[in-house]
Design a protein around this ligand. Structure first.
Ligand code: MEV
Length: 338
Protein backbone atom coordinates (compact mmCIF):
# COMPACT_ATOMS: atom_id res chain seq x y z
CA UNK A 1 0.00 0.00 0.00
CA UNK A 2 1.22 3.47 -0.83
CA UNK A 3 2.60 5.36 2.16
CA UNK A 4 1.38 8.93 2.45
CA UNK A 5 3.37 11.72 4.05
CA UNK A 6 1.99 14.18 6.59
CA UNK A 7 3.58 17.17 5.01
CA UNK A 8 4.73 18.42 1.64
CA UNK A 9 6.22 21.60 0.16
CA UNK A 10 5.17 22.65 -3.33
CA UNK A 11 5.71 25.72 -5.47
CA UNK A 12 4.03 27.44 -8.42
CA UNK A 13 5.23 30.21 -10.74
CA UNK A 14 3.77 33.67 -11.23
CA UNK A 15 2.35 34.80 -14.57
CA UNK A 16 2.55 37.59 -17.06
CA UNK A 17 -0.19 38.24 -19.61
CA UNK A 18 1.27 38.72 -23.10
CA UNK A 19 -1.84 39.20 -25.25
CA UNK A 20 -5.60 39.14 -24.90
CA UNK A 21 -6.42 40.56 -21.45
CA UNK A 22 -10.05 41.55 -20.85
CA UNK A 23 -11.26 39.89 -24.07
CA UNK A 24 -10.33 36.53 -22.49
CA UNK A 25 -12.95 37.13 -19.79
CA UNK A 26 -15.54 36.99 -22.61
CA UNK A 27 -14.73 33.78 -24.43
CA UNK A 28 -11.70 34.86 -26.44
CA UNK A 29 -8.17 33.41 -26.24
CA UNK A 30 -5.11 34.93 -24.60
CA UNK A 31 -1.40 34.14 -24.38
CA UNK A 32 0.21 33.99 -20.95
CA UNK A 33 3.75 33.16 -19.83
CA UNK A 34 4.83 31.79 -16.47
CA UNK A 35 7.58 33.75 -14.71
CA UNK A 36 10.15 32.22 -12.43
CA UNK A 37 9.15 34.07 -9.32
CA UNK A 38 7.49 31.37 -7.29
CA UNK A 39 5.07 30.99 -4.42
CA UNK A 40 6.02 28.15 -2.05
CA UNK A 41 3.55 26.45 0.24
CA UNK A 42 4.25 23.93 2.98
CA UNK A 43 1.05 21.98 3.67
CA UNK A 44 0.78 19.72 6.74
CA UNK A 45 -2.01 17.41 7.89
CA UNK A 46 -2.73 17.91 11.61
CA UNK A 47 -4.12 15.63 14.31
CA UNK A 48 -6.65 18.22 15.40
CA UNK A 49 -9.53 19.52 13.24
CA UNK A 50 -8.07 22.98 12.87
CA UNK A 51 -7.07 25.10 9.87
CA UNK A 52 -3.91 27.18 10.42
CA UNK A 53 -2.35 29.65 8.06
CA UNK A 54 0.86 31.63 8.06
CA UNK A 55 1.21 33.84 4.99
CA UNK A 56 3.43 36.75 6.05
CA UNK A 57 3.64 38.09 2.47
CA UNK A 58 -0.05 38.92 2.60
CA UNK A 59 0.07 39.95 6.26
CA UNK A 60 -1.55 36.83 7.70
CA UNK A 61 0.19 35.27 10.70
CA UNK A 62 -1.00 32.55 13.04
CA UNK A 63 -4.54 32.54 11.60
CA UNK A 64 -6.55 29.64 13.08
CA UNK A 65 -10.11 28.35 12.95
CA UNK A 66 -11.96 25.02 13.29
CA UNK A 67 -12.12 23.04 10.03
CA UNK A 68 -15.92 22.97 10.45
CA UNK A 69 -15.96 26.78 10.08
CA UNK A 70 -14.02 26.97 6.81
CA UNK A 71 -15.51 29.70 4.65
CA UNK A 72 -17.60 31.13 7.51
CA UNK A 73 -17.32 34.44 9.32
CA UNK A 74 -14.98 37.33 8.64
CA UNK A 75 -11.98 36.04 6.65
CA UNK A 76 -8.88 38.24 6.23
CA UNK A 77 -8.27 39.09 2.55
CA UNK A 78 -4.92 37.29 2.50
CA UNK A 79 -6.44 34.06 3.88
CA UNK A 80 -9.48 33.75 1.61
CA UNK A 81 -7.97 31.86 -1.31
CA UNK A 82 -6.16 29.20 0.72
CA UNK A 83 -9.10 28.72 3.10
CA UNK A 84 -11.60 28.32 0.26
CA UNK A 85 -9.20 26.00 -1.58
CA UNK A 86 -9.15 23.63 1.40
CA UNK A 87 -12.91 23.81 1.78
CA UNK A 88 -13.50 23.13 -1.93
CA UNK A 89 -11.01 20.25 -1.94
CA UNK A 90 -12.64 18.40 0.97
CA UNK A 91 -16.17 19.18 -0.27
CA UNK A 92 -15.28 17.57 -3.55
CA UNK A 93 -13.32 14.73 -1.90
CA UNK A 94 -15.03 13.97 1.43
CA UNK A 95 -13.66 10.42 1.18
CA UNK A 96 -10.17 11.89 1.41
CA UNK A 97 -10.90 13.52 4.73
CA UNK A 98 -12.31 10.19 6.01
CA UNK A 99 -9.26 8.42 4.68
CA UNK A 100 -7.07 10.83 6.54
CA UNK A 101 -8.95 10.19 9.78
CA UNK A 102 -8.85 6.43 9.34
CA UNK A 103 -5.14 6.58 8.77
CA UNK A 104 -4.95 8.63 11.96
CA UNK A 105 -3.14 11.26 9.97
CA UNK A 106 -5.35 13.89 11.54
CA UNK A 107 -8.16 16.06 10.37
CA UNK A 108 -6.69 19.51 10.22
CA UNK A 109 -4.51 21.36 7.73
CA UNK A 110 -1.69 23.82 8.31
CA UNK A 111 -0.46 25.94 5.41
CA UNK A 112 2.62 28.16 5.40
CA UNK A 113 3.25 30.23 2.28
CA UNK A 114 6.24 32.28 1.19
CA UNK A 115 6.61 34.31 -1.97
CA UNK A 116 9.71 35.10 -4.01
CA UNK A 117 7.89 38.13 -5.39
CA UNK A 118 5.87 40.94 -3.96
CA UNK A 119 2.13 40.62 -4.47
CA UNK A 120 2.29 44.24 -5.70
CA UNK A 121 3.59 43.24 -9.17
CA UNK A 122 0.33 41.54 -10.13
CA UNK A 123 2.08 38.25 -10.92
CA UNK A 124 -0.89 36.30 -9.57
CA UNK A 125 0.12 35.35 -6.05
CA UNK A 126 -3.44 34.52 -4.91
CA UNK A 127 -4.03 32.12 -7.79
CA UNK A 128 -0.61 30.53 -7.30
CA UNK A 129 -1.31 30.02 -3.57
CA UNK A 130 -4.69 28.44 -4.43
CA UNK A 131 -3.07 26.08 -6.91
CA UNK A 132 -0.32 25.15 -4.42
CA UNK A 133 -2.88 24.29 -1.72
CA UNK A 134 -4.99 22.06 -3.95
CA UNK A 135 -1.98 20.35 -5.52
CA UNK A 136 -0.44 19.68 -2.09
CA UNK A 137 -3.70 18.19 -0.75
CA UNK A 138 -3.95 16.02 -3.86
CA UNK A 139 -0.46 14.65 -3.21
CA UNK A 140 -0.94 14.26 0.56
CA UNK A 141 -4.25 12.42 0.36
CA UNK A 142 -3.65 10.43 -2.82
CA UNK A 143 -6.72 11.95 -4.52
CA UNK A 144 -6.57 11.11 -8.19
CA UNK A 145 -6.59 14.57 -9.77
CA UNK A 146 -4.80 15.31 -13.00
CA UNK A 147 -3.67 18.81 -14.01
CA UNK A 148 -7.03 19.67 -15.59
CA UNK A 149 -8.91 18.54 -12.44
CA UNK A 150 -6.56 20.70 -10.36
CA UNK A 151 -7.26 23.57 -12.75
CA UNK A 152 -11.05 23.12 -12.48
CA UNK A 153 -11.04 23.02 -8.68
CA UNK A 154 -8.59 25.92 -8.36
CA UNK A 155 -10.54 28.02 -10.86
CA UNK A 156 -13.79 27.36 -8.97
CA UNK A 157 -12.05 28.50 -5.79
CA UNK A 158 -10.78 31.71 -7.40
CA UNK A 159 -14.21 32.47 -8.87
CA UNK A 160 -15.81 31.78 -5.50
CA UNK A 161 -13.57 34.38 -3.86
CA UNK A 162 -13.31 37.11 -6.49
CA UNK A 163 -16.39 36.33 -8.64
CA UNK A 164 -14.70 37.38 -11.92
CA UNK A 165 -11.76 36.19 -13.99
CA UNK A 166 -10.85 33.95 -16.92
CA UNK A 167 -8.60 31.51 -15.01
CA UNK A 168 -5.51 32.22 -17.16
CA UNK A 169 -3.43 32.88 -14.03
CA UNK A 170 -4.49 29.54 -12.53
CA UNK A 171 -3.47 27.75 -15.74
CA UNK A 172 -0.06 29.46 -15.80
CA UNK A 173 0.60 28.42 -12.19
CA UNK A 174 -0.23 24.78 -12.96
CA UNK A 175 1.18 24.23 -16.45
CA UNK A 176 3.99 26.81 -16.60
CA UNK A 177 5.75 27.74 -19.86
CA UNK A 178 3.85 29.72 -22.49
CA UNK A 179 0.16 28.98 -22.87
CA UNK A 180 -2.55 29.65 -25.41
CA UNK A 181 -5.58 29.78 -23.13
CA UNK A 182 -9.33 30.18 -23.69
CA UNK A 183 -11.73 31.38 -20.97
CA UNK A 184 -12.34 28.97 -18.11
CA UNK A 185 -9.79 26.49 -19.45
CA UNK A 186 -11.82 25.57 -22.55
CA UNK A 187 -8.43 25.32 -24.25
CA UNK A 188 -5.08 25.17 -22.50
CA UNK A 189 -2.34 24.59 -25.05
CA UNK A 190 1.37 24.72 -24.21
CA UNK A 191 3.37 26.51 -26.90
CA UNK A 192 6.88 25.18 -27.55
CA UNK A 193 8.85 28.32 -26.69
CA UNK A 194 12.33 28.43 -25.15
CA UNK A 195 12.89 32.12 -25.02
CA UNK A 196 11.06 35.38 -25.69
CA UNK A 197 13.07 38.63 -25.84
CA UNK A 198 10.83 40.61 -23.51
CA UNK A 199 11.44 43.31 -20.93
CA UNK A 200 9.04 43.85 -18.07
CA UNK A 201 8.46 47.23 -16.43
CA UNK A 202 6.56 47.79 -13.20
CA UNK A 203 4.58 51.03 -12.87
CA UNK A 204 4.45 51.20 -9.08
CA UNK A 205 0.67 51.69 -9.29
CA UNK A 206 -1.82 49.26 -7.79
CA UNK A 207 -5.28 48.93 -9.26
CA UNK A 208 -7.92 46.37 -8.38
CA UNK A 209 -8.38 43.80 -11.19
CA UNK A 210 -12.04 43.09 -10.44
CA UNK A 211 -12.80 46.81 -10.37
CA UNK A 212 -11.25 47.16 -13.84
CA UNK A 213 -13.14 44.13 -15.18
CA UNK A 214 -16.36 45.75 -13.90
CA UNK A 215 -15.41 49.10 -15.42
CA UNK A 216 -14.92 47.49 -18.84
CA UNK A 217 -18.19 45.56 -18.39
CA UNK A 218 -19.97 48.88 -17.78
CA UNK A 219 -18.57 50.21 -21.03
CA UNK A 220 -19.71 47.06 -22.82
CA UNK A 221 -23.24 47.65 -21.46
CA UNK A 222 -23.24 51.14 -22.94
CA UNK A 223 -21.71 50.21 -26.30
CA UNK A 224 -22.35 46.47 -26.65
CA UNK A 225 -21.61 46.10 -30.37
CA UNK A 226 -18.51 48.29 -30.36
CA UNK A 227 -16.94 46.60 -27.37
CA UNK A 228 -17.80 43.12 -28.59
CA UNK A 229 -16.09 43.98 -31.88
CA UNK A 230 -13.01 45.01 -29.92
CA UNK A 231 -13.01 41.70 -28.03
CA UNK A 232 -13.30 39.82 -31.35
CA UNK A 233 -10.47 41.85 -32.90
CA UNK A 234 -8.29 41.11 -29.87
CA UNK A 235 -9.17 37.42 -30.27
CA UNK A 236 -8.03 37.47 -33.92
CA UNK A 237 -4.85 39.28 -32.97
CA UNK A 238 -4.09 36.60 -30.35
CA UNK A 239 -4.30 33.92 -33.06
CA UNK A 240 -1.71 35.84 -35.09
CA UNK A 241 0.47 36.38 -32.03
CA UNK A 242 0.44 32.62 -31.44
CA UNK A 243 1.77 32.07 -34.99
CA UNK A 244 4.36 34.85 -34.62
CA UNK A 245 5.62 33.31 -31.37
CA UNK A 246 5.90 29.87 -32.98
CA UNK A 247 7.88 31.40 -35.88
CA UNK A 248 10.01 33.59 -33.55
CA UNK A 249 8.86 36.56 -35.64
CA UNK A 250 9.48 39.22 -32.99
CA UNK A 251 9.14 42.17 -35.36
CA UNK A 252 5.56 41.16 -36.14
CA UNK A 253 4.94 40.23 -32.50
CA UNK A 254 5.90 43.80 -31.56
CA UNK A 255 3.46 45.24 -34.10
CA UNK A 256 0.71 43.06 -32.67
CA UNK A 257 1.56 44.29 -29.18
CA UNK A 258 1.12 47.88 -30.31
CA UNK A 259 -2.25 47.09 -31.88
CA UNK A 260 -3.36 45.20 -28.77
CA UNK A 261 -2.41 48.25 -26.70
CA UNK A 262 -4.59 50.42 -28.95
CA UNK A 263 -7.59 48.19 -28.23
CA UNK A 264 -6.85 48.27 -24.50
CA UNK A 265 -6.71 52.06 -24.62
CA UNK A 266 -10.12 51.99 -26.33
CA UNK A 267 -11.41 49.84 -23.45
CA UNK A 268 -10.21 52.61 -21.12
CA UNK A 269 -7.56 50.72 -19.13
CA UNK A 270 -4.30 52.17 -20.47
CA UNK A 271 -3.47 54.70 -17.74
CA UNK A 272 -1.04 57.60 -18.09
CA UNK A 273 1.96 56.10 -16.29
CA UNK A 274 1.79 52.80 -18.19
CA UNK A 275 1.36 54.72 -21.46
CA UNK A 276 4.46 56.79 -20.70
CA UNK A 277 6.50 53.63 -20.07
CA UNK A 278 5.13 51.95 -23.20
CA UNK A 279 5.88 54.92 -25.44
CA UNK A 280 9.34 55.31 -23.90
CA UNK A 281 10.09 51.62 -24.63
CA UNK A 282 8.98 51.99 -28.23
CA UNK A 283 10.99 55.20 -28.67
CA UNK A 284 14.08 53.46 -27.30
CA UNK A 285 13.84 50.79 -29.99
CA UNK A 286 11.43 48.08 -28.78
CA UNK A 287 9.64 46.22 -31.59
CA UNK A 288 6.46 46.86 -29.64
CA UNK A 289 5.08 47.31 -26.15
CA UNK A 290 1.81 47.04 -24.27
CA UNK A 291 0.37 46.86 -20.80
CA UNK A 292 0.13 43.43 -19.19
CA UNK A 293 -2.86 42.43 -17.07
CA UNK A 294 -5.91 44.39 -16.08
CA UNK A 295 -4.31 47.78 -16.84
CA UNK A 296 -3.97 51.23 -15.24
CA UNK A 297 -1.13 49.89 -13.08
CA UNK A 298 1.00 46.78 -12.44
CA UNK A 299 3.26 45.97 -15.39
CA UNK A 300 3.98 46.61 -19.06
CA UNK A 301 5.91 44.40 -21.43
CA UNK A 302 8.09 45.17 -24.46
CA UNK A 303 9.47 42.87 -27.19
CA UNK A 304 12.94 44.13 -27.89
CA UNK A 305 15.84 43.40 -30.23
CA UNK A 306 18.89 42.24 -28.27
CA UNK A 307 21.06 45.26 -29.09
CA UNK A 308 18.36 47.63 -27.80
CA UNK A 309 17.85 45.88 -24.48
CA UNK A 310 19.70 48.42 -22.35
CA UNK A 311 18.20 51.39 -24.20
CA UNK A 312 14.67 50.08 -23.66
CA UNK A 313 15.38 49.41 -19.98
CA UNK A 314 16.67 52.98 -19.65
CA UNK A 315 13.59 54.30 -21.44
CA UNK A 316 11.26 52.49 -19.03
CA UNK A 317 13.21 53.77 -16.04
CA UNK A 318 13.28 57.33 -17.31
CA UNK A 319 9.49 57.19 -17.64
CA UNK A 320 9.35 56.39 -13.92
CA UNK A 321 9.03 52.59 -14.19
CA UNK A 322 11.05 49.85 -12.51
CA UNK A 323 12.54 47.13 -14.71
CA UNK A 324 11.88 43.68 -13.27
CA UNK A 325 14.36 40.99 -14.21
CA UNK A 326 12.58 37.65 -14.23
CA UNK A 327 13.11 34.48 -16.18
CA UNK A 328 10.15 33.51 -18.32
CA UNK A 329 8.91 30.06 -19.43
CA UNK A 330 9.05 28.94 -15.80
CA UNK A 331 8.16 25.39 -14.83
CA UNK A 332 4.61 24.85 -13.58
CA UNK A 333 3.55 23.46 -10.23
CA UNK A 334 6.13 21.15 -8.64
CA UNK A 335 7.12 19.43 -5.41
CA UNK A 336 10.02 21.06 -3.54
CA UNK A 337 12.44 19.56 -1.04
CA UNK A 338 11.25 20.42 2.53
C1 MEV B 1 -6.01 40.48 -15.49
O1 MEV B 1 -4.65 40.22 -15.23
C2 MEV B 1 -6.42 39.99 -16.84
C3 MEV B 1 -7.91 40.07 -17.10
O2 MEV B 1 -8.13 39.57 -18.44
C4 MEV B 1 -8.72 39.28 -16.11
C5 MEV B 1 -8.69 37.78 -16.34
O3 MEV B 1 -8.44 37.29 -17.42
O4 MEV B 1 -8.98 37.06 -15.34
C6 MEV B 1 -8.39 41.52 -17.08
Amino acid sequence: MKQFNNSITVSAPGKLMLFGEHAVVYGRPCIVIAVDQRIRAKVELLDTPVFQLDAPDVKVTNYKKPMADLGNGEIPKGAKFVEMAIKKFFNRHPERSRTIRHRAHGQGVKVTTASEFSSKFGFGSSSAATVCTIYALTELTGAKLDKKDIFDLSYKTVLNVQKKGSGFDVAAAIYGGTLYFVTGGKKIISLPVNHLPIIIGYSGIKFDTVRLINQVAEKAKKYPKLIDNIYSSIGKLVEQARQAILKSDYVYLGKLMNINEGYLAALGVEGKKLADMIYAARKAGAYGAKLSGAGMGDCMVAVTPKHKTQAVKNGITSAGGEVIDVKTQAEGIRIEPD
